[in-house]
Design a protein around this ligand. Structure first.
Ligand code: KIV
Ligand code: NA
Length: 264
């Protein structure tokens, strides 16, 4: 089995092949997604919410994400593993961005992702120059939630050109792909047609080259409050709740463990 490389994802765009990306934060789920042929896995800073229980992505630290990257890398053989640079670990400038990205690459990541278009072009360029593949992220960028005024669709009416200019800057800085988050379907379509690198949509409609979702959202692991753009492909949370309930019941009644679970 050969590892997916960034060039494979870029080439897929030229062939008009769409691909799916999922987040992963631990070794067992990563193994499943890798075996199913998901070409790219993101160790997202969404771990802040879905692993660590913070109520935004802002508090999570590099030192909290590095072990998750290592866990995901250990169980994957084929999927390209992308590590998210968390808030505060790259904005100060290219040197800070490079120092942080190097830590993730040494942990086994094969690319990094960071948020911001024109304002992060120098950071993207520095990483690319150092041999680190970069995935950009424009449109709604959760780490700037407070300056964007909350979770809001970006690129409506006159702001469309802002999103396009950011995506263009990411490509020009040398990124191999760019996430478009919560932008209108028409902005995503225009940007996808204009760029040579693949666009990875989340809440960006159906015309991007790829899609990404947080696995707990798409698998129904959360409490049910998911954004409009999420589709639930399973109800893993309900299934896990049922297993925990049945296990506890059987312990109480003495049905578990049975003879077949007992050493003689
Ligand atoms: O952190 C994350 O999970 C992300 C994706 C959803 C794009 O950045
Ligand atoms: Na993220």
């Amino acid at each position: 089995i050969k590892r997916v490389r960034t060039r494979h994802l870029v080439d897929a765009k030229a062939r008009g092949e769409k691909w799916a990306m999922l987040t992963a934060y631990d070794t067992m789920t990563a193994r499943i997604f890798d075996k199913e042929g998901i070409p790219a896995l993101l160790v997202g800073d969404s771990a802040a919410n879905v692993v660590y229980g913070y109520d935004s992505s802002l508090p999570v630290e590099v030192d909290e994400l590095l072990p998750l990257v290592k866990a995901v890398v250990r169980s994957t053989r084929r999927s390209l593993v992308v590590a998210d640079l968390p808030f505060g670990s790259y904005e100060a400038g290219p040197e800070q961005a490079l120092a942080t990205a190097v830590r993730f690459m040494k942990a086994g990541a094969q690319a990094v992702k960071l948020e911001g278009g024109r304002r992060m072009a120098a950071q993207i360029r520095a990483l690319v120059d150092a041999g680190i593949p970069v995935m950009g992220h424009v449109g709604f960028t959760p780490q700037s939630e407070h300056s964007l005024g909350g979770y809001r669709v970006q690129g409506r009416s006159d702001a469309a050109e802002e999103v396009a200019a950011d995506a263009r800057a990411v490509q020009e800085a040398g990124a191999f792909a760019v996430v478009l988050e919560m932008v209108t379907g028409s902005v995503a379509e225009t940007v996808t047609k204009e760029l040579a690198i693949p666009t990875v949509g989340i809440g960006a409609g159906n015309s991007t080259d790829a899609q990404v979702l947080v696995w707990q959202d798409m698998a129904g692991m959360g409490d049910g409050r998911t954004p409009k753009f999420v589709k639930r492909f399973a109800n893993v949370g309900e299934e896990l709740a049922r297993a925990a309930r049945d296990y506890a019941d059987e312990v109480r009644t003495g049905a578990f463990p049975a003879a077949e679970h007992t050493f003689d």
